[in-house]
Design a protein around this ligand. Sequence first.
Ligand SMILES: [Zn+2]
Length: 100
Amino acid sequence: MADQLCDSCGEYLPEGSAKYSIHIQAVADFDGIIYTEDSTSLEEDLTGSVFASVEEMGEEVFQEVAFILCDNCKRKFLQDPFNRGTSFFKVSKNIKYLFH
Ligand SMILES: [Zn+2]
């Protein structure tokens, strides 16, 4: 694999160095309830006035991004992923989507 840069701090990461791939998936947490004013069909509601296209609707339902981080940035990210200034990160008990 070629040399890379940390996506957070820009540190040069030569082959063989410690680096981490951070994958983030944003998945719509659909609760089964859709509010509409004058529903004619679910498809029309989902692709009509709210979204310009099916592609835009898809991005609202699922998005995935990936970053390469150096060891220092990985530790900082996992401690405080939302940059709240807290010294530790508590994992929500409501997490439904685990990947492994
Ligand atoms: Zn970094």
